[in-house]
Each structure stands twice: as C-alpha cells, then as structure tokens.
Design a protein around this ligand. Structure first.
Ligand SMILES: Nc1ncnc2c1ncn2[C@@H]1O[C@H](COP(=O)(O)OP(=O)(O)OP(=O)(O)O)[C@@H](O)[C@H]1O
Ligand SMILES: [Mg+2]
Length: 264
C-alpha cells in the first residue's frame, strides 16, 4: 500500500469514527432530554387533578394553563422520543415487539394529542377510522409512524384541511394522510425518505423547522413490519402519504364491520 492509500484509509477511519460519535451523541442527548419529562408530566397531572377539584374562575384559569403546559410537554417528549428511536434504528439496536395493535385507536390517540397544534396551524382534521383495523404489529412503532405523518401534514399543510383515513384495502391495513399544503416536487419525493433529507423551499425554512429524520424512521419501521410508506404530491396542491401494513397472521375484520368518522 502506498502513502496516499494509507492516508486515505486513515481519513476514512476518522470519518467513520466521527459519524459514530455523532450518532452516540444523539442517543445520549435524546436520553438526557427525555428523562426529566416523566416526573415532570406526573407532577403536572397531579397539579391538574388538584386544580380540577378546586372551584372558581382562578382555578379554571390555572387548569387551562396547566393543560397547555401538558400539551407542550407531550410535544417535547415526542421530539425527544423521535431522536431516541432514530438512534436506536441507526445503530441496529431496535427489534420489533409484536403485539395486537388497533390502528384506528392509535390514530385517534395521536389526533387527540395534536389537536392544539392543528388548531394553532389553522387546520382541522377530518378522520374516517374504520373499526377493528387491527394487526399483529409493534404498538410504539405504529404510534411513531402515525405521529410523523400527521405532524408533517400539520406542519406543511398550509393551514388547510387534513384528511386521515384508516381502512382495510386489498387485504392490507391502510392509513392515508392527505393535506392540501405546500406539496413536494417530484424530484424530491424519493430523497425525503433518506436520513437528514429535507425538501422545504428556502423561503419557508424559517417556518418549518425539523430534523429531517421523521420519514426515514417511519419508512424503516414500516419496512420492519413488512409494510411500506408511499407518497404522491404536487407543489402547491398538497401531499398524500399512504402507510400499508400486511395483515398476515393477524385478525381479519368482519366484512360488514361499520366505520366511524370523527372531526378533530
Ligand atoms: N406533508 C408534507 N408536505 C410537504 N412536504 C413534506 C410533507 N411531509 C414531509 N415533507 C418534506 O419531507 C421532508 C422530510 O420529512 P421528515 O418528516 O423526514 O423531516 P422533517 O419534517 O423536516 O423533520 P422531522 O424529522 O423533525 O420530522 C420535510 O423536510 C419536507 O420537506
Ligand atoms: Mg417531519
């Protein structure tokens, strides 16, 4: 091996170490950010219960403030959990924990949690959640995917209406999240599923912050469950993200099961 090759190899090793250091740092930072949130949320809940028992305008105002704080704390927790899950998947330190998961119930929970964020963004969310769309998936992974797709629709949805649909389709479970926001140019639609890739136009970067990892993580998790996420979109018209999950080995829905619609 000549001198130049030795130098190149040393450089390559240094770069690999730097990437590993970055990923280790993200994992530690995510843990450190997440840990204080559990006692904080527990204390908040206790305070909310106390405020709820008191009577009068002041107690109502305190309860309203605490409720806002709780929403913000949950949003913070979601961001830290996203980072933690990203570092787990990136380091190969992730294994699927299968259990019975109700996709519509998960979506309903997530929509409840993001209701305030949607309100601030000016968007209403129309949800059609067919009942008993259940499978043998990973509950936390499914929740992570739903949170990412819904939060993207709110963030990039331009304050317009959002539609969320859970259904059986072709013997798969399917979640569709439709927004009418900024959309994504065709040339960017593949790379947004890569890690740290973003496609926000320069002029909108100030409004639309993000790590650029949500779709990468979601696609990895969907693939680990044998599923897939796809997108159709046009700039200015909005985007449709579709999560498909296979049902093999899972309970099938009774064919005549009714579906429920709700407005968030
Ligand atoms: N519904 C959507 N409408 C328009 N663009 C979108 C939508 N969802 C994703 N994108 C584009 O895809 C990119 C990648 O999305 P992803 O969720 O991975 O990252 P992010 O939203 O930028 O940050 P974070 O990782 O914090 O969620 C976004 O930066 C945005 O450019
Ligand atoms: Mg995102």
């Amino acid at each position: 091996m000549n001198r130049r090759e030795t130098d190149l190899l040393a450089e390559l090793e240094a770069l690999k170490r730097a990437v590993q250091d970055r990923d280790d740092f993200i994992a530690v930072a995510a843990h450190e950010l997440r840990n204080p949130m559990t006692p904080l949320l527990a204390r908040l809940e206790r305070l909310m219960r106390r405020a709820d028992r008191l009577r009068g305008t002041e107690a109502d105002e305190i309860l309203a403030d605490l409720t806002e704080l709780e929403t913000a704390a949950h949003a913070f927790l979601r961001r830290a959990t996203l980072l933690l899950d990203v570092s787990r998947v990136a380091s190969g330190n992730f294994s699927v924990e299968r259990g019975r998961v109700d996709l519509s119930a998960t979506v309903r929970d997530v929509l409840d949690e993001v209701r305030t964020a949607a309100l601030y963004a000016g968007s209403t969310i129309e949800a059609q959640l067919d009942s008993l769309v259940t499978g043998h998936w990973d509950g936390l992974a499914i929740r992570q995917i739903v949170e990412n797709l819904v939060s993207n629709a709110i963030k990039y949805g331009d304050g317009k209406q959002i539609h969320v649909h859970v259904e059986y389709f072709d013997n798969d479970a399917r979640l569709t999240v439709v927004d009418y926001g900024i959309g994504i140019p065709a040339a960017d639609q593949a790379r947004i599923f890569e890690r740290f890739e973003r496609a926000v136009p320069d002029h909108a970067l100030g409004h639309h912050g993000g790590f650029g990892v949500g779709l990468w993580l979601s696609q990895r998790l969907a693939n680990a469950l044998g599923g897939d996420i796809s997108v159709t979109s046009a700039p200015g018209d909005g985007s449709t993200f579709t999560l498909t999950l296979p049902l093999e080995g899972t309970a099938q829905r009774a064919p005549s099961e009714p579906s429920s619609s709700c407005r968030n």
